[in-house]
Ligand binder design. Structure first.
Ligand code: MV4
Length: 500
């Protein structure tokens, strides 16, 4: 075990918003003191209020605050923090930041820099996965010349996908549908990748169409042990922004889960991984799956796994960073029930998901059985263009998928948000959608097959049904003289009719 894995009592959270609060909650549960950092725009933010101490680190632009390594290390030193948690986004997957923490004698709550580097280059990640026995999509070998890429492309067959080695998360990809497009696609992707990442290395993979995005949650300790906490279904996304995630996936059998989990833990061991991590897979209609990439961080959607497996992933991550051995054998890790997460964003689903900024004048959050809300906003909070537009994560649990869906719809109706437009109607519409209900969706579903145009009609049908029921109730025995009125959310509420 290295010097960089050891117990600590005070942690700096190098992040903001809901994830900073989530991490600090885990710390508080464990008796670890917390240090926040904040930008100009975040002076009054919840993560600042929640922390034991908070330090201002600069202007509202991330480049002037949350991304400045030296400022973060200075705060760690000034506050006496012994460890740094990067959260997600910002510096979370920067190997140089992890190394800089080590060099400053701080514990980095995440994997060793080497694991970040290996997985950060998508082609190296692919080769490493292959060597560990993880199925990969047929594709080209590293170090191929253009001539070799073209020859291999013809051999693999079309359609193909040109990918940038330095890309990831969907950046720098180009589909190629026929031989005559191949040369120009390679050249175009190379130009784009050079401009975006300063690295023009590209490779080819067979294009898998109609795939689902399934990811496996990993946890590794610093003693060579790794376990997995099953899968998350993340196919419902738009422009590589996930909107709804669930655990388990309706498309994954226990056998497939065990296979995906086994190859994922093998890969984690291969790279001496420590802490929580995620392997992304593309899954075909026939249940075959292929490695896409590894995310070497805590993810936005980690709560669905927490609910279904009864685990606190932040606490486990902190314990791993302290050098504690894993508390489970794989056989002891069993999913129970179903969890769904909706990302509530300040964006308008009726206007091409255009971002909505402004003051959140009023907010009431759902609560009650089976409902978890992770948020970093409050009434009076200003939604600015500086940070991502996620207002809140709604995570609902049920014994079955149907129960989780019903709870989610109930909770969505409890949200009261004024001042900004939100995507709550998107979530309501999707959760009523027969394709969602039956599990008939893939990564292209939201962009290619889903429309908000039918939203009004469905609301009207619901209102008409409610009106018929109301008439029935008024005329039947036990009538209480109530009639339904339509709320903004489209749900029926009961108002006293006539005398109270
Ligand atoms: C693919 C693919 C189809 N075939 N690779 C997108 C993000 C990055 N993780 C890899 N991605 C994809 N790689 C092959 N060979 C389709 C995607 C893809 C995708 C993957 C997961 C979730 C959403 C996606 C949306 C579009 C494309």
């Amino acid at each position: 075990m290295s010097l960089h894995i050891r117990p600590f009592k005070k942690l700096l959270v190098a992040n903001r918003g809901e994830i900073a609060v989530r991490i600090m909650r885990g710390c508080r549960d464990m008796g670890i003191e917390t240090v926040a950092v904040y930008s100009d725009a975040d002076r009054t933010a919840p993560h600042v209020r929640y922390a034991d101490e908070a330090y201002h680190i600069g202007g509202s632009l991330s480049a002037d605050s949350y991304l400045v390594v030296e400022k973060l290390l200075n705060v760690a030193k000034a506050s006496g923090a012994e460890a740094i948690h990067p959260g997600y986004g910002f510096l979370a997957e920067r190997a140089d930041f992890a190394q800089a923490c080590y060099d400053a004698n701080l514990v980095f709550v995440g994997p060793p820099p080497h694991a970040i580097t290996v997985m950060g280059d998508k082609q190296t990640a692919r080769e490493t996965a292959k060597a560990a026995g993880v199925p990969i999509v047929p594709g080209t070998s590293p170090g191929s010349t253009d001539e070799q890429l073209i020859a291999a492309g013809h051999e693999i067959g079309f359609p193909l996908l040109v990918k940038a080695s330095a890309g990831g998360g969907g950046k720098g990809m180009r589909p190629v549908h026929s031989a005559d497009q191949l040369e120009s696609a390679i050249a175009g992707a190379r130009r784009e990748a050079t401009a975006a990442f300063g690295d023009g290395t590209v490779y080819l993979e067979k294009l898998i169409q109609n795939g689902r995005h399934i990811e496996i949650q990993l946890l590794s300790d610093a003693h060579g042990n790794s376990v997995h906490f099953g899968e998350r279904e993340c196919s419902l996304q738009r422009r590589h922004q996930k909107l709804i995630e669930e655990a388990p996936s309706i498309a994954v059998t226990p056998e497939t889960r065990a296979q995906m989990g086994a190859v994922s833990t093998a890969l984690a061991k291969e790279i001496n991984y420590v802490g929580v991590g995620t392997i992304e897979f593309l899954m075909d209609n026939d249940g075959s799956f292929y490695f896409l990439e590894m995310n070497t961080r805590l993810q936005v959607e980690h709560p669905v796994t927490e609910l279904v497996y009864g685990v606190d992933l932040v606490k486990e991550q902190l314990k791993a960073a302290m050098g504690e051995p894993l508390a489970w054998a794989q056989e002891e890790i069993v999913p129970q029930g179903w969890a769904i997460e909706c990302r509530i964003n300040a964006e308008d689903p009726f206007s091409n998901y255009m971002p909505s900024t402004g003051k959140l004048t009023h907010i009431e959050l759902p609560t009650g059985g089976g409902v978890r809300v992770d948020t970093g906003v409050f009434a009076g909070y200003e939604i600015t263009p500086y940070y991502d537009p996620m207002i809140s994560k709604l995570i609902c649990y049920g014994a079955t998928r149907d129960e989780a869906i019903a709870r989610t719809l109930r909770a969505l109706d409890e949200y009261q948000i004024t001042g900004v437009i939100t995507n709550i109607p998107f979530h309501r519409h999707m959760l009523h959608n027969p394709d969602f209900r039956s599990g008939a969706f893939d990564t292209s579903y939201v962009e290619k097959q889903f429309t908000m145009d039918t939203y009004e009609r469905q609301e009207q049908v619901a209102a008409a049904v409610a009106a018929v029921l109301a008439t029935h109730n008024r005329t039947g025995s036990g009538s209480n003289g109530q009639q339904p009125t339509q709320r903004q959310s489209g749900r029926t509420t009961w108002k006293t009719f006539g005398r109270a």
